[in-house]
Design a binder for this molecule. Structure first.
Ligand code: PEP
Ligand code: MG
Length: 887
């Protein structure tokens, strides 16, 4: 018989930490903590296989499930010494979701389940606290109605507000047992009014309703969105955890809290957390009351007056610190913990690897190696390559003048400026239109995810460091300032106020998620520091990776930046970008508009020294590292003006008649320029262009060798080749120029001639093309465009929807389409190497900086990836992880 239910508690468990696929993260770790002898309230986990079964069988459960749940529940009853549904001594449970990986705020939780009009009396008697019992009951009705029955929680908030007004009090804490009893009655009536049927008082019905709601919530919209953003497969499903309740709201010796064993923002090796006295579960996360610090040190740092847990509950704090130490040693990773203190006794409700900023991930990984907790390989695997992006982001220039509006909590590091928007939809809209936006909310909820993703930064008026906004922003790597309590946001009116100042939607602000500062206007930023932990991790990554990492760069500034980031050469220098600079565009236009070969050659002669100068500079910066220079690629009309008034200026600049200029531009017009007269087709029809470029390259290489004494080995790359003869012809021309230059100068350099593989035909005919190539570089931008038949420039109009509908798992221009475009790369690599075993293979499309694509490149045996300078560290780490996974 299939085991659908796993028990835990009382010092033992059926499950283990490595059973996350079956028990979900929460269930597996609860089992592990129970086995470790930590104080875990007993409970049971219904497996993710039940979720799969449920959806595969028209939302029916397996036949044996009910009996297994009943048996496991009996064990919980025995362990706690209470009975589910018993009016004298009721067992209450929580019901929570738990997928393999945590999905913050995505899935639903019900607390205090098992309360009804009778059991609430039992709870009141046993706890000796009537107010607590009725407060728990009304919380249950509220939560169950919202999460399971779909009655929005504001209905209940409203009833509380009205009740307080009638009683003339401000705070929930001013309400007593009778108030909560009365409200519980009103809550039930409200639910009945909304649903047309009574609130369920049968505890078994409550339990199965909650279990069904957890499974049902796997497929609600916001969970789907979260999975999409985080690449979590739909098929995984969630587990359900049913666990005996412990109460943090039993009075002044009770509390609830969340904690990290190290600081999740900075990575500092000190406990970090928040707690609330006399509060229950979600109060901390929800950001309704502002929580207090866990440690004295953190409280002092924050300048807070409310006592830390270390000060107010020293005994329990001591127990907690012991648990932290045990858990870190056991899991060998920073843990994110939820706990409850019930009448002075500590209970652990959850542990999991804590989410952290990239900065913290780095620091923790590097320090844990030094502490002997983990080895270098583990450290390399611990840092998500994409997250390095956060570290490579700018911070505020400390000397830049700033007009500080207010200060909130430094929830997620990085500085960002942008226009103020007050809702997620507008944030998404404006971001799509190319604007930098700062999403400003009272607090965020899972419905805001898309807006948070689109925003450059997030600012909230309420909520702590573990609020939704803080957790999600850190995960996404967005700068975030949370809990900026002096700000009053009126989203409807499109304005926020702070200490008498007013900021309207559309005004520019800057936030610093590292300090918590909020500033009016834009503040100058600085580039990040790449020493310290970052450097250590990179050294380890470089030890394990097999792929080389080059950069796509065509200016001295980019080239220098890429060197600092560790680029081991240039994989793509797009020469056309050089054509736009300063006065050169005039000569370029003269070349394009020339009526004959003589005219073209005259213009090219003007370009030659400029190109040569560019190449010299790049060769010098790269100091002997390989440099791949691609000969001219785009269709020529891209260099001509588009607007009418521009035509006049250009005609004047090059001394040509406007009419004639327009006529020539018209001649060059193409219906499908991406498939037109571009790439090597230009080289075939106007060989003098490529000849000039080849000459500039060779002359520059010779000059730099003579100057610096370092060897320069230029790699000349011919774009958009489809056939062997194209490459053979152009290779011949390049070789002829080389001979000419070498003869003139009386000196030689080694060089290579290769091609981009960016057309399906080239991949298929790679064995033939390889005859004339010393190297291949896969141009996966064009290869994606031509293999799938979608325009690079226009696909935005429908790609979003394609990704939403799962037609593509991801934008194929961002992460390589492994099944299609990837197959062509694989084929091209295999066929190329079947002709020349030592053919050098690289990739220079945008995919070269995408971690999943880098792993793919490792797996198909490429020699290097090439990506934009800022992504070089990401590629280095991704390459190391791919190699380690491959061992
Ligand atoms: C490519 O097509 O992948 C490539 C690198 O070239 P470009 O983006 O310049 O067309
Ligand atoms: Mg291309």
């Amino acid at each position: 018989m299939t085991k659908w239910v796993y028990s835990f508690g009382g010092g033992s468990a059926d499950g283990r930490a490595d059973m996350k696929n079956l028990l979900g993260g929460k269930g597996a770790n609860l089992a592990e903590m129970a086995s470790l002898g930590l104080p875990v309230p007993p409970g049971l986990t219904i497996t993710t296989e039940v979720c799969t079964y449920y959806y595969d069988n028209g939302r029916q459960y397996p036949a044996e499930l009910e009996a297994q749940v009943n048996d496991a529940l009996k064990a919980v009853e025995a362990s706690v010494g209470a009975k589910f549904g018993d009016s004298d001594n009721p067992l209450l449970v929580s019901v929570r979701s738990g997928a393999r990986v945590s999905m913050p705020g995505m899935m639903d939780t019900v607390l205090n389940l098992g309360l009804n009009d009778e059991t609430v009396q039992g709870l009141a008697r046993n706890s000796g606290n009537e107010r607590f019992a009725w407060d728990s009951y009304r919380r249950f009705i509220q939560m169950y109605s919202d999460v399971v029955l779909g009655v929005d929680h504001y209905h209940f908030e409203e009833l509380i507000e009205i009740h307080k007004e009638e009683k003339g009090v401000d705070l929930d804490t001013d309400l007593d047992a009778d108030d909560w009893r009365e409200l519980a009655g009103k809550f039930k009536a409200k639910t009945e009014e909304e649903l047309g049927r009574p609130f369920p008082l049968d505890v078994k019905e409550q339990l199965w309703g909650a279990i069904g709601a957890v499974f049902g919530s796997w497929r609600i919209e916001r969970a789907k969105v979260y999975r999409k953003l985080n690449n979590i497969p739909e098929a995984w499903g969630t587990a359900v955890n049913v666990q005996a309740m412990v109460f943090g709201n039993m009075g002044e010796t009770s509390a609830t809290g969340v904690a990290f064993t190290r600081d999740p923002s900075t990575g500092e090796n000190e406990y970090y957390g928040e707690y609330l006295i006399n509060a229950q579960g979600e109060d901390v996360v929800a950001g309704i009351r502002t929580p207090q610090n866990l440690t004295k040190r953190a409280r002092e740092k924050a300048g807070a007056t409310a006592p830390s847990m270390e000060e107010s509950m020293p005994d329990v704090y001591g127990q907690l610190a012991d648990v932290f130490a045990k858990l870190e040693k056991h899991y060998r990773d920073m843990q994110d913990i939820e706990f409850t203190v019930q009448n002075g006794k500590l209970w652990m409700l959850q542990t999991r690897a804590g989410k952290r900023t990239a900065k913290a991930a780095l620091k923790i990984a590097v320090e844990m190696v030094a502490e002997g907790l983990i080895d270098e390989e583990t450290a390399v695997m611990r840092v998500e390559p994409g997250a390095l992006d956060q570290l490579l982001h700018p911070t505020l220039d400390p000397d830049a003048p700033r007009d500080i509006l207010t200060r909130g909590l430094p929830a997620s590091p990085g500085a960002a400026s942008g226009i103020v928007v007050f809702d997620a939809d507008t944030a998404e809209e404006k971001a799509k239109a190319g604007e930098a936006v700062i999403l400003c909310r009272i607090e965020t909820s899972p419905e805001d995810i898309h807006g948070m993703h689109a925003a450059k930064g997030i600012l909230t008026a309420r909520g702590g460091m573990t609020s939704h906004a803080a957790v999600v922003a850190r995960g996404m790597g967005r700068p975030c300032v949370s809990g900026a309590g002096q700000i009053r946001i009126d989203g409807k009116a499109g304005v926020m106020t702070c200490m008498g100042r007013e900021i309207k939607a559309g005004d520019i602000i800057t936030i610093d998620g590292g300090s918590g500062e909020v500033m009016i206007g834009e503040v100058k930023t600085l580039q990040p520091e790449l020493a310290g932990d970052f450097a250590s991790l990179m050294v380890w990554a470089d030890k394990y990776r097999k792929l080389k990492v080059r950069t796509n760069a065509d200016t001295p500034t980019d080239t220098s930046a890429a060197r600092e980031f560790g680029a081991e050469g240039i994989g793509l220098c797009r020469t056309e970008h050089m054509f736009f600079e300063g006065e050169r565009i005039i000569a370029v236009r003269q070349m394009i508009l020339a009526e004959d070969l003589k005219g073209r050659k005259e213009a090219l002669a003007k370009l030659l020294p400029m190109q040569k100068g560019d190449f010299e500079e790049i060769f010098k910066i790269m100091r002997g590292l390989p440099v791949t220079i691609r000969l001219l690629d785009p269709p020529l009309h891209e260099f001509l003006p588009r607007e009418d008034d521009e035509f006049e200026d250009v005609a004047n600049a090059i001394g040509m008649d406007v009419k004639k200029l327009k006529q020539r531009a018209n001649e060059l017009h193409e219906f499908n320029p991406m498939l037109g007269h571009r790439g090597c087709r230009l080289g075939i029809t106007y060989p003098e262009i490529y000849e000039m470029q080849a000459r500039a390259i060779f002359e520059a290489a010779l000059a730099v060798e003579a100057d610096t004494g370092e060897t320069v080995v230029p790699e000349i790359m011919i774009p958009l080749v489809a056939t062997e003869s194209e490459l053979a012809i152009l290779r011949g021309k390049v070789e002829a120029v080389a001979e000419e230059v070498f003869a003139e100068k009386g000196a030689k350099v080694d060089y290579m001639v290769g091609t981009m593989i960016e057309l399906p035909r080239a991949a298929i005919a790679a064995n033939k093309i390889a005859n004339s190539a010393d190297f291949f570089s896969f141009g996966t931008n064009d290869l994606t465009q031509t293999a799938i038949g979608i325009s690079r420039d226009d696909a935005g109009r429908f790609l979003d929807q394609y990704v939403k509908m799962d037609i593509f798992a991801q934008d194929p221009f961002v992460s390589i389409d492994i099944d299609g475009v990837g197959e062509l790369v694989k084929l091209g690599a295999e066929r190329g190497r079947s002709t020349k075993a030592d053919l050098k293979l690289g990739i220079c499309g945008e995919h070269g900086g995408d971690p999943a694509s880098v792993e793919f490149c490792h797996n198909v045996g490429l020699d290097y990836v090439s990506c934009s300078p800022f992504r070089v560290p990401i590629a280095r780490l991704a390459a190391a992880q791919a190699a380690l996974k491959d061992r």
